[in-house]
Design a protein around this ligand. Structure first.
Ligand SMILES: CC(C)(COP(=O)(O)OP(=O)(O)OC[C@H]1O[C@@H](n2cnc3c(N)ncnc32)[C@H](O)[C@@H]1OP(=O)(O)O)[C@@H](O)C(=O)NCCC(=O)NCCS
Length: 137
């Protein structure tokens, strides 16, 4: 299996991925704006076919959020999600200056905590539990 990582995601690829895992969808305009304001993004292809994506948004200094990590069902459990996540982590690390620190946050979908632990993230529900709120108009 030839897994390749690249650093851009088109609007259509983003929408294709979101649809493949059954997440809420967005207008093309909204996705374009989101991608334009993304700190880092990674796309995985397998033999040239779109298999997974992930991105990081944030303030480039103190905090960032790992988001939209998803792998098409037919490509799951083959190490692709981990590869994407570790590459995003590497890109963040590369841009933290000596003596500085930056926090990466994420809100795992239920059942995927172990996946992120595998990528080095801390899961400590006695101390911190993630929360979220959708604003809809
Ligand atoms: C979660 C997701 C991104 C994982 O991607 P993936 O490519 O299937 O995961 P990988 O094959 O890279 O798994 C890496 C490791 O995590 C483990 N793992 C993956 N998913 C897991 C899960 N749900 N529970 C426990 N372990 C898991 C794998 O067994 C593997 O461990 P190993 O290397 O010791 O064998 C993928 O299942 C997905 O896209 N799910 C739907 C969308 C989603 O919920 N995304 C997360 C948003 S927060």
């Amino acid at each position: 299996m030839n897994i390749q990582l690249t650093y851009s995601i088109s609007i259509d690829e983003f929408l294709e991925m979101v649809k493949s895992v059954g997440w809420k969808t967005y207008s093309k305009e909204q996705v374009e704006k989101a991608l334009n304001h993304t700190m880092y993004m990674v796309k995985a292809t397998v033999d040239g076919r779109l298999a997974g994506i992930g991105r990081v948004v944030g303030d480039y200094s103190i905090v960032c959020v790992l988001t939209d990590i998803c792998v098409k069902p037919e490509y799951q459990r083959k190490g692709i999600g981990l590869k994407i996540t570790l590459e995003l982590k590497r890109l963040i690390e590369e841009n933290v200056a000596c003596g500085e620190k930056m926090r990466i946050e994420l809100t795992p979908t239920a059942g995927n905590e172990a996946f992120y632990e595998r990528a080095g993230f801390k899961y400590n529900p006695d101390k911190i539990t993630g929360m979220y709120l959708w604003i809809k108009k």
